[in-house]
Design a protein around this ligand. Structure first.
Ligand code: ADP
Length: 155
């Protein structure tokens, strides 16, 4: 059975070249990707939801990609958007340890399996938290975020 539609959840605060590479790789495997920006009451994002959404939509004008926001359980959002699998990116063994637990919990909760893709080595050091800190300290983030001017405009 071909993978029709997968759900790629994350905070994407901001959406980096690492996230972008995972989506681009996945487009070679699946028909459609729903990128889900998680909105959590306990987590205040740096970049607004609207800015993050606009930035990602601008990066992927393809009809095969939809950008949504969601609250609540990731697996519920996955089902709501009629996705058969979750998609996550792996940078290193630390990501793997963490992602493995979440994937097992999601599998137990819903039966939904997670598809993992490895990042390119050159992008494995990119991390949204560090990118945010560079930005907050007036550093240049253009090497880590495509079209970063869209984020800056949105602030
Ligand atoms: P979350 O808050 O859910 O961890 P993130 O926005 O930090 O959301 O990450 C979303 C997904 O993208 C996760 O699977 C994460 O491991 C992956 N990811 C983050 N940075 C990179 C990167 N540089 N290369 C590949 N995958 C990445």
């Amino acid at each position: 059975m071909a993978l029709k539609r997968v759900f790629f959840p994350g905070s994407f605060d901001p959406f980096t070249k690492g996230h972008e590479a995972i989506v681009t790789k996945a487009l070679g495997i699946v028909d459609e990707i729903v990128i889900g920006i998680g909105v959590h009451s306990t987590k205040t994002p740096f970049f607004s939801l609207e800015t993050r959404k606009h930035h990602i939509q601008h990066l992927f004008p393809s009809e095969r990609i939809k950008v949504v926001s969601f609250t609540g359980l990731t697996v519920d959002a996955c089902i709501q958007h009629q996705c058969s699998h979750l998609l996550r990116g792996l940078r290193d063994s630390k990501d793997f340890q963490y992602e493995r637990s979440i994937a097992h919990m999601n599998q137990r909760l819903s039966g939904i399996e997670t598809l993992f893709l490895l990042t390119d080595l050159s992008l494995s050091a990119i991390n949204s938290t560090i990118v945010r800190e560079i930005y907050q300290n007036q550093g240049d983030i253009t090497a880590f975020v495509t079209n970063s001017e869209l984020l800056i405009k949105g602030l």
